[in-house]
Structures are given as C-alpha cells and as structure tokens.
Design a protein around this ligand. Sequence first.
Ligand code: NAG
Ligand code: NAG
Ligand code: CU
Length: 164
Amino acid sequence: MASFPAALAALLVATCAVAAAATTFDVGDGHGWQTGVDYTDWTSDKTFAVGDTLVFNYTSKSHTVTEVNKSGYDACSGGNSLSNDDSGATAITLTTAGVHYFICDIPGHCASGMKLAVTVTVAGGSATGGSTIPAGAAGGSLVPAMSGLVAAVAGALIILLALF
Ligand SMILES: *[C@@H]1O[C@H](CO)[C@@H](O)[C@H](O)[C@H]1NC(C)=O
Ligand SMILES: *[C@@H]1O[C@H](CO)[C@@H](O)[C@H](O)[C@H]1NC(C)=O
Ligand SMILES: [Cu+2]
C-alpha cells in the first residue's frame, strides 16, 4: 500500500502541471528596451499568456515603460497612461487577456521604435497566437482554463483512490 506522502506528491504534481506555466520574457532579449529595435519582430515568434511577466531592461530615467491603450500606442502618446515607470528594470505581470500596449514616453523614442504590443491569451486556453481577444471577451475564455484545472484535480483524485 502506498504511503500518504506519495499520494500527496501525486496530487501536487497533477495540480501544478496546470498552474506552473508562467514565463518571464526579457523584452528585446539582448537589446533590452531602447530605440532602433523592432519590437513587433521581437513578439512575432512568441505567445503571451495571463500570468507571464515582461521585464524591460534599460538605463533608469533614460526611457520609460508606459502602458497605454490602442489610441496612445497608435499616436505615440503617453498622455492617458495606465501605468508608468522609469526605474530601469520594469517588470510587468500580464494579469488580463487582450492586447497590452507599451510605449516609451521620452519625446521621439516611440516614433523611433519604442512601442510594444503584446496579445495576451488565457493560460491553457485554446486561443491561438495570431488571434486578438477583445478585453470584454476574457470571461468566456476562462472556461477552458477552468475545465483543465477540474480535469487535473479529478485525475489526482483517481490516482489517490487507486493508491488506497
Ligand atoms: C541590461 O542591459 C545592460 C546594458 O545594456 C546589460 O549590461 C545587462 O546585462 C542587461 N541585464 C539583463 C538582465 O538583461
Ligand atoms: C484611450 O484612452 C483615451 C483617454 O482615456 C480615450 O479617449 C480613448 O477613447 C481610448 N481609446 C481606446 C481605443 O480605448
Ligand atoms: Cu526611450
């Protein structure tokens, strides 16, 4: 008969398999956050999920990481920012699905390439990389993630029953 700790470990492994997929992205990789980098190109081979973190690396005060809406992104305007930081090491955890927009608010820098748009999908959801999820539709996309969790917990319980 299996020991209780072994069964508990099986439960933890099955549950964490669903929850532990968060990724940390270094924006621009080796280039960091600066002018002259094509951030659209940088995002093109990546997918971003709720829970992932963006780390912007730059010289403090030389740039800003300013989250704006689409209008601000298109116009390179930080006037109605959702958040703003110039610490030099800005970490943004993506907490909602949809498109998130970031610009540098130093005059001229956004026009010189410092603009980043990331499409964030619900972790474990079925949305594909190229699609755009309107912020208002996030609730519906939670269903696949929740059913995945329910399946994992059910699976763990079956393992527990088999062991005892
Ligand atoms: C941040 O950028 C500086 C200068 O560009 C570089 O020396 C450093 O390694 C970078 N740090 C990280 C964590 O990428
Ligand atoms: C962005 O924010 C501004 C100011 O709050 C607002 O006027 C504008 O309609 C917003 N644009 C979008 C696309 O949400
Ligand atoms: Cu800048």
